[in-house]
Design a protein around this ligand. Structure first.
Ligand code: NAD
Length: 473
């Protein structure tokens, strides 16, 4: 049983002013494994004040100094990688390969930021003006539970690279992972107050950060509903806001696709991170003339997909993070059945032979139409919808008929056609015949999947404001 009763403010681990205790669970066993004392609005205010004090000196550091700090942060997180991996497995239930990737990703994003910073010109010319890209001020970074360390480090890396100071408000459900990352980042020895980490509830600590006049920038990853409320709150003081929200990403299988390649990738895209991924490919669009063959391949592939013990290396779908999340997924499976979709794999309840833990059966529906609830709403679990289409124009129309626009996948053997489809898709990122991540490329959503971009130069500039100086001597 792990007790976490410290938050990180002004370079020190301090006892929160908040006194609410929150239980932490192992989702694979449903056992309580820890308890965290949550930060409240006062703690958020203290963290913001520390970041504000640190800003003048930190914003004047040069590139070389900040690259050096980011490298130290990278090394410190690498040094805790095994401990972080353990916590990811225990507290989040990520399967082995995913958990390893997540633990490595947390340090990688810091290293990637050093590369972006090295090549970035903070000063440029526009006509007669000198344009200086200036850090915005104190950044409020609010993150979800589904990749705790990766989001904390990724947002911090961009904010600090830009010269902003920061207050991070991670999810209360991933406090053990947050604690390990915080200890690592403390080891990097940055000046006090440059970053502060306050684990608390969204409606207290989070709301304080999104409304506080001394916070200039908000970068939020989470649900679309909370993103909208943060945008409204931040509007009062005209904060710059980056939102990375939900998705209902289409997987467009063209009629020439090689199913040996496309089917396993489509299933991986759908079930990635146990389905708890904003970029999961959850609407699979398949040409009507090849639907039966596709369904047969999907059944075989899902039969090979192991859902269960995250510590078993054969497992690719772990538990849902919480009981709430488990119930939410079960509800969507029932809605799919009630609305007339046809189950071709999985269904309600736990996988066979498992009677504890928030495990769900990897589930695929066919005969889904794009107006059904399961095709419109983000489920955030391993539940996929196959929607058939007549021709490529209809496929594109269905793909774009959604409130979301985060990511899309295209599978085809014909590069010209695949790129043509990609050009017509409304999404922040399109992957063709691959699931590869490109850390240098911008990441973010069209439409209600968000505002702005993270990663690379676009992600850095989200923490900067241009200042034009026109002079005559
Ligand atoms: P959530 O929106 O409930 O919470 C995200 C964070 O916001 C948490 O830290 C939470 O405490 C905080 N929060 C909640 N209410 C708040 C408020 N009123 N003011 C300020 N902060 C508040 O999301 P979640 O359940 O933690 O994560 C799942 C969601 O995140 C999914 O919808 C998923 O699509 C989305 N997500 C998006 C991306 C992306 O990059 N686009 C990545 C991962 C997850």
């Amino acid at each position: 049983m792990q007790i976490i009763d410290k938050i990180y403010i002004d370079g020190e681990f301090v006892t929160p002013h908040g006194d609410e205790l929150f239980d932490l669970f192992n989702p694979a066993t449903e056992q309580v494994i820890g308890r965290v004392r949550l930060a409240d609005a006062q703690d958020a205010r203290d963290a913001i004040a520390a970041a504000k004090r640190a800003f003048p000196a930190f914003s004047r550091t040069d590139k070389r100094e900040r690259i050096d700090m980011l490298k130290r942060m990278h090394e410190a997180v690498v040094a805790k990688e095994d401990e972080l991996y353990e916590a990811i497995t225990e507290e989040y239930g990520a399967p082995v390969s995913r958990g390893r990737w997540m633990a490595r990703h947390a340090s990688n994003v810091l290293l990637e930021a050093t590369k972006v910073l090295k090549d970035y010109a903070f000063t440029r010319r526009a006509g007669t003006a000198e344009v200086v890209m200036q850090p915005l001020g104190v950044a409020g970074l609010i993150t979800p539970w589904n990749s705790d360390a990766g989001f904390i480090c990724g947002k911090l890396a961009a904010a600090l690279a830009a010269g902003c100071t920061a207050v991070v408000k991670p999810s209360e459900m991933s406090a053990i992972q947050t604690h390990i990352v915080t200890e690592a980042l403390h080891e990097a020895g940055l000046p006090a107050g440059v970053f502060n980490i306050v684990t608390g509830r969204g409606d207290t600590a989070g709301a304080q950060i999104s409304s506080h006049p001394d916070v200039a920038k908000l970068s939020f990853t989470g649900s679309t509903a909370v993103g909208k409320s943060i945008l409204r709150t931040g509007a009062e003081t005209l904060k710059r806001v980056t939102l990375e929200l939900g998705g209902k990403s289409p997987v467009i299988v063209l009629d020439d696709a090689d199913f040996d390649h496309a089917v396993p990738l489509a299933i991986q895209a759908g079930f990635m991170n146990s389905g708890q991924a904003c970029i999961a490919g959850t609407r699979i669009l398949v040409p009507g003339q090849r639907l039966a063959e596709f369904e047969r391949r999907v059944r075989e592939e899902v039969a090979r997909t192991q859902a269960g013990d995250p510590r078993d290396p054969r497992t690719s779908v772990g538990p849902m993070v919480s009981e709430n999340q488990w119930e939410r997924v079960q509800r969507y499976i029932r809605i799919g059945i009630d609305e007339g979709a046809r189950l071709i794999a999985g269904g309600e309840g736990r996988p066979e032979g498992i009677d504890a833990g928030w495990f769900v059966r990897p589930t695929v529906f066919s005969d889904v139409t794009n107006d059904m609830t399961i095709a419109r709403e983000e489920i955030f679990g391993p539940v996929l919808s196959i929607i058939s289409y007549r021709d490529i124009d209809e496929a594109i129309a269905i793909a774009n008929d959604t409130n979301y626009g985060l990511q899309a996948y295209v599978f085809s053997e014909d590069e010209r056609r695949a790129r043509w489809v990609a050009a017509h898709i409304e999404a922040g990122r399109v992957l063709i015949n691959t699931l590869a991540h490109e850390p240098a490329a911008p990441f973010g959503g069209f439409k209600q999947s968000g505002i702005g971009r993270e990663y690379g130069t676009f992600g850095l500039e989200a923490f900067l404001e241009p200042k034009a100086v026109v002079a005559a001597f």
